[in-house]
Ligand binder design. Structure first.
Ligand SMILES: [Fe+2]
Length: 181
């Protein structure tokens, strides 16, 4: 682990996210076609929705930096796939470095919450709550997430059942509406 970049203390600000990207050990790219089954109207357009750069920590936590492009697919604002953690004890912290968005949270029992997540703000995601972030602004939405190494990501449940709410444009503004499915 001596060469792990995360062994060195570092400061993260929106102005120096390139340092985080340089130190990252994993890069996930989600284009519109990767989101078929998540957005109602996703198609094979090649459009970039978001990138995630991950740094594997040397001890108990990993970090992810999500950079989400502004825009919509059909009526839905750009969003992450969303997931439950496979580990029943895994929680997560999100901090917004730049942009304007929301986080949707849903418990295994189907209880739904949403919170604004914009620059200077953070959110705690307790164990057992699925989470999805949504860019409702006009600029990149940039988030830092910190989560336990053993969290694991279950995307299948969300793909199959969806969230109980969708974030769509209504009269030029975002609205959180029931998912008819
Ligand atoms: Fe997570």
């Amino acid at each position: 682990m001596a060469d792990s970049p995360s062994l060195n203390p570092f400061e993260l600000r929106k102005e120096n996210i390139d340092k985080f990207i340089e130190a990252s050990t994993n890069h996930i790219i989600r284009r519109e076609e990767d989101m078929i089954g998540f957005f109602k109207e996703a198609a094979d357009t090649g459009k970039l929705i978001y990138d995630v750069y991950e740094i594997e920590g040397p001890h108990s936590t990993d970090m992810g930096l999500t950079i989400m492009k502004p825009g919509k697919v059909g009526r839905e604002y750009h969003m992450t796939k969303g997931h439950f953690h496979e580990s029943g004890s895994a929680d997560e912290y999100y901090f917004c470095l730049s942009g304007k968005g929301l986080i949707l949270l849903q418990s295994a029992e189907g209880e739904l919450r949403h919170m604004p997540l914009d620059e200077g703000g953070g959110v705690y995601v307790p164990p057992g709550w699925a989470h999805r972030t949504v860019n409702v602004g006009n600029d990149d939405f940039i988030l830092l997430a910190i989560f336990p190494k053993d969290a694991g990501h279950d995307y299948g449940t969300i793909k199959e059942k969806g969230f109980g709410a969708m974030v769509v444009e209504v009269d030029g503004k975002y609205a959180i509406v029931d998912n008819p499915n």
